[in-house]
Design a protein around this ligand. Structure first.
Ligand SMILES: [Zn+2]
Length: 200
């Protein structure tokens, strides 16, 4: 077993976050250390972290590397040392994590990536609108973009969670379900149009 495998099979991303001072809430959400984040927008999962604010993502070793500005080898060594792992001896209590990528086709991974891109693009817009078009006073009429952000943010965050987290099989199933309807295409068209409008 390589050092990477030992570290990744022994430590969850969430444990890494906790070790280095993050305090995940019961949904695993923390304030993102990689952008100015006052409202927790980074999710720590077992094998993966993902920031809904700035898009930062990766595994346990990536998180340690980015936090301490290390290369992957150094980051894995730091984790092994901080968690008391012996790189030559796989831990007896290694948690059973789903092996990455097993059983999915390249097409399924591409579908997952596509869904995530469309969902997070739209989510970026919603987060932006929620700040940008917030009414200044209670008397002010609500901007329709602000209303859309209020209505949609939670749903889109949930959908993104479904595709971003879980076993590869769960992610593939979530992506397939999203792609079976026209919802995602509609979102993509809409987001592209809005992005164009913003540039114009
Ligand atoms: Zn972030």
């Amino acid at each position: 077993m390589s050092l990477y495998q030992t570290v990744k099979s022994a430590i969850t991303v969430r444990q890494v976050g906790e070790m280095y001072g993050m305090e995940p809430d019961r949904h695993g959400m923390v304030c993102c250390p990689f952008h100015s984040d006052s409202d927790p927008s980074m999710k720590l999962n077992d094998t993966y972290y993902y920031c809904f604010g700035c898009g930062a993502n990766g595994d346990a070793i990536d998180l340690s590397a980015k936090l301490f500005d290390l290369n992957p080898q150094q980051a894995a060594e730091k984790l092994a040392s901080d968690f008391g792992l012996d790189p030559d001896k796989p831990p007896a209590n290694a948690i059973a994590l789903p092996p990455p990528k097993r059983g999915l086709t390249g097409e399924q991974w591409a579908d997952i990536a596509y869904c995530l891109r469309v969902l997070t693009d739209y989510l970026d817009l919603l987060h932006d609108w929620q700040k940008r078009y917030k009414p200044a006073s209670p008397e002010e009429p609500l901007d329709e973009r602000f209303v859309e952000a209020l209505h949609m943010t939670e749903t889109i965050e949930h959908l993104t969670d479904c595709v971003a987290f879980g076993t590869p099989q769960q992610k593939a199933a979530a992506a397939a379900q999203l792609l079976s309807g026209s919802y995602l295409l509609m979102l993509e068209e809409r987001t592209d149009r809005l992005a164009l409008a913003k540039c114009a």
